[in-house]
Write a protein that binds this ligand. Structure first.
Ligand code: RB5
Length: 189
């Protein structure tokens, strides 16, 4: 695959390691910068990776900054880009399988090098499962076009029987929410 990869100065060393891994795995790495160790602004490089993915110059993208958060937000501002900012392999796999994430974001100050290498490898190996997840990914794209696109799909919480937000249990507002001890069982939903 063609993988666009970018970082700010904090993520530069990890980016170099990941580029070497990409090539060793048989992928084509498109280095979108940064290229120098001096301080720079993460939005510049997150946008470059997002553009490469959105324009079809790359199949997937990888971005790295200190936390993965800023550069991930930057990439996600490009329409059509879905960023998974993760610090362990499980979420990286689910980000591909369920969310069809097309950019992986990681924090060089958060994850160790070996964990980051594994995260990227499993992210690239995982595939979108489609099915029920396709509808939800489509909804994400609708939201990007119109912030109110999904408003009509929300249950009417203004009915006389509805509890106020102060007294409702955390799950009352979201019947799909899983309590921590049922999360694994609910993973198929
Ligand atoms: C740079 O100090 C730091 O803010 C950046 O690498 C990133 O963590 C931002 O989200």
């Amino acid at each position: 695959m063609r993988i666009a990869i970018g970082s700010d100065h904090v993520g530069l060393d990890l980016k170099k390691t990941l580029i070497a891994d990409l090539e060793a795995l048989g992928h084509s790495a498109i280095d979108c910068g940064c290229y120098q160790p001096g301080s720079t602004d993460y939005p510049i490089w997150g946008a470059a990776v997002g553009q490469a993915v959105a324009l079809g110059r790359a199949d997937l993208g990888v971005v790295v900054c200190g936390t993965g958060i800023g550069i991930g937000i930057a990439a996600s501002r490009i329409p059509g880009v879905r960023v998974a900012t993760v610090s362990e392999p499980y979420s990286a796999v689910l980000g591909r399988q369920h969310n069809n994430a097309n950019v992986l974001a990681m924090g060089a100050r958060v994850v160790g090098v070996e964990v980051a290498r594994r995260i990227m490898r499993v992210f690239l190996e995982a595939e979108f499962e489609g099915g029920r997840h396709q509808r939800r990914v489509d909804q994400l794209e609708e939201l990007a076009r119109d912030p109110h696109a999904l408003d009509a799909l929300r249950p009417n919480t203004a009915s006389p029987d509805a509890k106020s937000p102060d007294t409702a249990s955390p799950d009352a507002a979201n019947p799909d929410a899983a309590s921590p001890d049922t999360q694994n069982q609910d993973i198929e939903k």
